[in-house]
Structure formats: C-alpha cells, structure tokens
Write a protein of this length. Structure first.
Length: 372
C-alpha cells in the first residue's frame, strides 16, 4: 500500500468511525495512473451491506460534469458545435425567444430557464419527452447569454435532448458507447442505472442536508425556480427506483473510481484512452463566466459545463469539475495531473460537509501540492 493510499484509507476510516460518514468511496489518479482506490463503511444500513469499490452512489449534480463531458466528446467528433443555436438541432427549443440560444449558453448556465414547472412531480422528472417539451416551452428569465444562473434540473434536459437530436442516440447510449466502455467503466458510470447494476446501489441517508435546505429563506432565487420540495435533491428523491432508472442528466450515479477515471482521461491518458484533445481541454476549463450567479447570489466561476476552482479543488483556478447536493464531488486539476472523486451516502451540507475537503487535502499533502 502506498503512502497516499494509506493516508486516505485512514482518513475515511476515521470519518466513518466518528459518525461523520456512513458509507464512502474515494479514488484519485495522478498523470493517468490510479494512486487511490479506497472505501469504508456501510452502503445499506438496513441490510448491513458494506461499501466496496463497486458500490454505486447517486451523486446528484456531480453527474453534470459527466453530461458536460459527453458534449465535449461529441464536439471532438464534430457532431456538436458550442456556438451553434440549440434550435438547429432541436427546432422546438426556439420557442419564446430562445432561437439564438447556443450550446455554449447551456454549458454556462446562461440560457435563462432554470425554472421548473410549478406543479412538477418526482414522477414527471422520469418522463423524458414531457420534461423536454416543458423545458422547450419555458420563457427565459433573462436574455440568453447575458447572465448566468444555475440550471439545477433543466441543464440535463437541454443538453441531453440536444445530444439526442444531434446524434440519434440517448445521452446514456453516448455515455456508455463513447466514454464509459472505452474506459472500462460501463458498469460504474450512469445516468439511468441499469437493472443488473441496481443491487449495487448505496442507500442515501439524510445527514443535515434536508434540514439545512429547509432553513434557507424561501426568497432565495433557487427555491423560486424550484418551488416544489418533492423535486429537491434529497435522500427521499435519490432513493426512488423510478428516479434512479430514468435518464435525468442533471445528476448521475457512479463509483468514485469511474468518475476519477473519466476526469483522468479528460486531462491526459488513462490506459491509452484520451477523451479530448489538449486544445479542447484548455478551452473547456478556461473561465467562461465569473459573473454573480442569479440562483446563488454570488459569483461562481464556470468553464464549459464545469465549476472552476472550488475549495475542494485546492483553490486552483484551472481545476474543474462538479460537486453534488449532499457532498459528493469529482474534478480534475490539470496543472498537477490530478483527478479525484468522492462519493458517499450520508448527505451533508455547511459545516457538516467535510469529507471531500478532508480527503482531497490529504491527497494534496501527500503529493506536495499546496493549496491556493
């Protein structure tokens, strides 16, 4: 066992022993070679099933990074262009003044349609055609491209349907055929979870996440965009079998090792597989916008489909990836050749959300990478 693997295993064992975590996985690659593959705790407290390296965790918006990666792989193949209007691929999307809205706008959360139908239900989320029709009919809250505001749910259908119209394949098919299978993780990286993989799912548990959401002011723009609590990203939603089976590419289900491997193949080669060119990597990880985010009320630096320089990324502005509700995360730090992912089943936020920061800091310390 290497020093970094031992340090990480000790750190996650301690998180479980202290009750801060229930079940947890983490993985890391350095310059295309896996240096961490660790897990601890319980995947399903009801049955006592333990976490292993193949346990699947629904990780909410960590999956947005996977969605963005699908777009970039298709752009690399010449099948999608960032500056082409979405309506070129999906004519119905031109409704209500969105005719000039581009794929780039979707990747940077600047389309202007973060809002969900007020009566949307958890069952509705699972109906691809109905949700795409509803999203296409949304009127932008701002002129597309003039502002940015986190598209918590609509991000997935906007890009997912664009992908389907451009390729004739669902986003899950593209993920499996063009990314997951070449990387050897077709059984570990999903939008809709396959039936044979479902027994490996970890059960999500509420830490303080749902309580924290309920204490935030109802005037928060995020809640005005998604007023129905039934579709807030909680353990109740994330454990629904219909939700987990459906393609809802605003989120994703994965193992930590699969997510880390995908990011390793974005910034270099992973066992000979490289997903995008160095030139495209520079393009997608550059700052596309750092305006104040209209949903969050503060600036959020964004690349093309990824958040940049999050605290868990060590403050490195060229680091890119996505975190998910409740504390999961996956990212790459191209400056240092590092790819990292952490998945877990105890959903936490605020001061209780310490796992990703703790483990990523442990890895950086072992590798001599300073925080910024």
């Amino acid at each position: 066992m290497t020093d970094v693997q031992a340090r990480v295993q000790k750190a996650i064992d301690r998180l479980v022993e202290t009750g801060q975590e229930t079940g947890i996985q983490t993985a890391a690659y350095l310059h295309g070679f896996q240096i961490v593959d660790a897990w601890a705790g319980t995947a399903d407290p009801g049955s006592g099933r333990r976490v292993d390296g193949d346990s699947l965790f629904h990780s909410f918006s960590t999956g947005k990074g996977v969605t963005a990666t699908v777009v970039h792989v298709l752009a690399e193949q010449g099948l999608i262009d960032y500056d082409t209007p979405i309506a070129y691929y999906w004519p119905e999307f031109a409704a209500r003044g969105k005719q000039n809205t581009t794929v780039r706008h979707a990747l940077t959360h600047s389309v202007g349609v973060p809002q969900m139908p007020v009566d949307v239900t958890a069952e509705d989320l699972c109906d691809w055609d109905a949700m795409c029709t509803a999203v296409a009919d949304r009127e932008p809250l701002w002129e597309p491209g003039t502002a940015t505001g986190y598209h918590a749910w609509t991000f997935g259908w906007i890009l997912g349907e664009t992908i389907r119209r451009a390729t004739g394949r669902t986003i899950s098919q593209v993920l499996r055929e063009d990314i997951a299978r070449p990387l050897g993780v077709a059984d570990s990286l999903f939008f809709g979870v396959s039936e044979d993989a479902a027994p490996r799912l970890a059960t999500l548990l509420e830490g303080n996440w749902e309580t924290m959401l309920s204490t935030l002011p109802t005037s928060w723009p995020f809640f005005r965009a998604i007023p129905n609590r039934d579709v807030w990203p909680t353990a109740t939603l994330g454990n629904r079998p219909d939700y987990l089976r459906a393609d809802i590419p605003a989120g994703g289900t994965m193992t930590a090792r699969a997510a880390a491997r995908m990011y390793a193949a974005l910034i270099g080669e992973a066992d000979g597989v490289r997903l995008i060119s160095p030139e495209r990597l520079t393009q997608v990880s550059a700052v596309a916008t750092e305006q104040s985010d209209r949903m969050f009320g503060h600036p959020v630096p964004k690349g093309l489909g990824y958040f940049l320089g999050l605290p868990e990324m060590g403050g490195h502005r060229t680091a890119f990836g996505m975190h998910g509700s409740g504390g999961s995360i996956a990212f790459a730090d191209p400056e240092h050749g590092l790819a990292f992912a952490l998945t877990h089943n105890r959903l936490t936020g605020g001061p209780d959300d310490v796992a990703a920061q703790t483990v990523a800091d442990e890895i950086r310390a072992a590798l001599g990478i300073a925080r910024r």
